[in-house]
Design a protein around this ligand. Structure first.
Ligand SMILES: [Mn+2]
Length: 330
């Protein structure tokens, strides 16, 4: 069996511009082939990455998830569900996918030598993808939340200054370390406070140590609690005011109430609902430059499709807001 990590045989190591998945010989193009296994089942775009509107980067990394595992299968389930969602969007009375060039990259297989080496490998790989993508909107699909820190560090480095992170999450992820590693999903945001201001929205499963870490970080950490969100929409102003002009959006799906999103490793009752969340995200995209995003911690439950569809629709909404509501869309 060929070594999948050997650059000569690894799946992602062939010529640039190579589409994901099997190709159809030109003389057989008219056969009734299934939709491509890409985001939205769209025909895979070719050409330079920076000519795309959006780049989808699956990173099915899972090493430190605390309770229920399965985030490894998240990107594949999200992409599969995305092939079946309706492309028409009533909010814009349009089909935003039409004319939108989306490149779905193969999944990154990170080293299994431990979280430290894997995160270093991801930061270097993500940086190269982001540089190749230029102004295209890079959306990384996880995988566990630890993958966000290397991506945020790479984006902060590219932008040459502090950026803002909008973290939609039930958890603050501000632990200095967790279960012996500083690279845990539970410490993802503690890893970026030196390069980014973090605005966390939807919190309801937080430790005393994390509240103290947030206070110690001063203006670099803003906590928006789920019970405050249940009482009205005033929190949206507070969140927006705390965000700088350049935003990286990290979306842990456990932000949503578990009645909507049971497919995640550490569910907490009382989270966000669909429409309020979309209203808030639209305001963010209208008023800030969202340079990149990730959607993480989807742990699909076999036979329960709705959460996979929610995650896929969420990514489509992010792409739609980025294209239709200002920001730095090409
Ligand atoms: Mn979380």
């Amino acid at each position: 069996m060929p070594n999948r990590r050997d650059p000569d045989t690894a799946r992602g190591a062939e010529a640039p511009g190579r589409p994901a998945g099997p190709e159809v010989p030109p003389e057989l193009e008219d056969l009734p082939w299934e939709l491509p296994h890409t985001f939205l089942g769209a025909e895979q775009a070719t050409g330079p990455l920076h000519e795309a509107h959006a780049v989808i980067l699956p990173v099915p990394f899972e090493a430190t998830t605390s309770w229920g595992g399965g985030t490894r299968r998240g990107p594949r389930a999200l992409l599969e569900a995305s092939r079946y969602i309706e492309l028409y969007d009533g909010e814009f009375d349009a089909e935003p996918a039409t004319g939108m060039v989306v490149r779905t990259l193969p999944a990154l297989e990170l080293t299994r030598e431990g979280p430290g080496p894997a995160m270093a490998e991801l930061q270097a790989a993500y940086r190269r993808v982001a540089d190749a993508a230029g102004d295209a909107f890079v959306v990384m699909l996880g995988g566990e939340h630890s993958i966000s820190a290397p991506a945020i560090r790479a984006q902060a480095d590219r932008s040459g200054g502090r950026i803002s992170v909008l973290q939609m999450d039930a958890h603050a992820d501000l632990r200095a370390e967790y279960e012996g590693t500083p690279h845990s999903h539970a410490s993802a945001m503690a890893r970026v406070l030196d390069v980014a201001d973090v605005v966390a929205v939807g919190l309801r499963g937080v430790s005393r140590e994390e509240v103290e870490a947030s206070r110690a970080a001063g203006g670099a950490s803003t906590l928006i609690w789920a019970d405050e969100m249940a009482a009205g929409e005033g929190w949206m102003e507070r969140a927006l005011e705390a965000l700088g002009p350049v935003v990286y959006l990290t979306f842990d799906v456990d932000y949503f109430d578990p009645s909507l999103m049971p497919s995640t490793g550490t569910p907490e009752p009382g989270g966000g609902d669909w429409y309020t969340t979309l209203r808030f995200l639209r305001r963010v995209f209208e008023t800030r430059t969202v340079v990149a995003a990730d959607v993480v911690e989807l742990a699909p439950i076999p036979g329960v499709a709705a959460p996979d569809f929610l995650a896929a629709k969420l990514v489509y909404k992010l792409l739609t807001y980025r294209r239709m509501c200002g920001g730095a869309a090409p």
